[in-house]
Write a protein that binds this ligand. Structure first.
Ligand code: PEP
Ligand code: MN
Length: 338
């Protein structure tokens, strides 16, 4: 910790701070400037009381941690990129930009099978589809539940696609883990730490969406919960954050891609569908994401977006998705990926 004292702090007040640092088990190193004194406190913050309490002392201007608060997700802990194996033969975080696509919600067999076949044909590797839906209103479609999971498993069998679906509650961990190849933790649950721990314990890859108003550090720390509970298979998914802008549903923060890739060894996914809330923006956002180094894309696709039971305005048609895959190909090659 670096403790900065206020200008013109009296020597007796400085001594009191040094005494407190020693009492808490740290070794202080004093640097006296012209008007200000800076104290470096050395010690293991994980196994000792925190020095944060010094913030309440009137002679203290600031207390700043030296170490990052996240450890296992950090690049320092693992300098090389981590790759996450999904199902039998999909690898996220390697040379391939993996596309995950499918409807916002599983609505029925025909809708899901048609979509799964079309996205597989166009080159997607993972089928997305919500069976448990986190809807803002309790009067909106809440998902088909287990019936939806069974349909996802059927679509996986028919197409060979791996399956990603949202885990909404601790009560459903076993059920959803039985059907999913990747557990999606949604934006609204991104800091539901008990859910993260329960999900971690399944050992399945976890795609952790960024919360609606979540700072990148908080998002990384949420991922840290998964790694700290024995599961290193985490994907960070940026899906837009809340801002004042109303042209888009959310503001897709593409800067999160290089930031998270710099801070962490884990793969980054971009969800342009929740990100903008508009089908007409999806292609541009995907291109931007690939150019900025995203490892995977999560795209909502529906056979008839106009009749979708959720998120119709942002879902691509089957033809729209096939076109998207063609449009991003040159970009993927330009950045040296597959
Ligand atoms: C979704 O992927 O359909 C979804 C509900 O996502 P988010 O949690 O990002 O809102
Ligand atoms: Mn959706």
């Amino acid at each position: 910790m670096i403790i900065v004292l206020k200008p013109q702090t009296r020597r007796t007040d400085e001594t009191a701070v040094l005494k407190e640092i020693r009492r808490l088990g740290y070794k202080p190193h004093v640097m006296r400037g012209v008007s200000r004194t800076v104290i470096g406190a050395i010690g293991d913050e994980a196994s000792q009381p925190s020095l944060e309490s010094l913030r309440a002392w009137p002679q203290v201007e600031s207390v700043t941690p030296v170490q990052k608060r996240f450890k296992l997700v950090s690049r320092e802990a693992h300098p090389a990129n981590s790759t996450i194996r999904v199902g039998k033969d999909v690898v996220i975080g390697g040379p391939e930009v993996v596309v995950m696509a499918g409807p916002c919600s599983v609505e029925g067999e025909k809708q899901l099978m048609t979509t799964a076949e079309a996205v597989a044909k166009a080159g997607a590797k993972v089928l997305r589809g919500g069976a448990f839906k986190p809807r803002t209103s309790p009067y909106e479609f809440q998902g088909l539940g287990e019936k939806g999971l069974k349909l996802l498993a059927k679509a996986r069998k028919a197409t060979g696609l791996a399956v990603i679906t949202e885990l909404l509650s601790e009560d459903h961990v076993e059920l959803v883990a039985e059907y999913a190849d990747i557990l999606q933790i949604g934006a609204r649950n991104a800091q539901n730490f008990q859910l993260l721990i329960a999900a971690a314990k399944t050992g399945l890859p976890i795609m952790l969406k960024r919360g609606l108003s979540m700072k990148i550090e908080e998002w990384l720390l949420a991922g840290e919960y998964v790694l700290a509970n024995g599961n290193r298979n985490v994907l960070f998914c940026e899906r837009g954050i809340r801002t004042f802008e109303t042209y888009t549903r959310n503001t897709l923060d593409l800067s999160a891609v290089p930031i998270v890739k710099k801070e962490s060894h884990l793969p980054v996914v971009i969800d342009p569908s929740q990100g903008g809330g508009r089908a007409d923006l999806v292609s541009a956002m995907c291109k931007g994401a690939v150019a900025m180094g995203a490892d995977a894309l999560l795209v909502e696709v529906h056979p008839n977006p106009k009749e979708a039971w959720s998120d119709g305005a942002q879902q691509l048609s089957l033809e729209g998705f096939a076109r998207l895959m063609e449009e991003i190909r040159p970009l993927v090659q330009a950045v040296g990926r597959q």
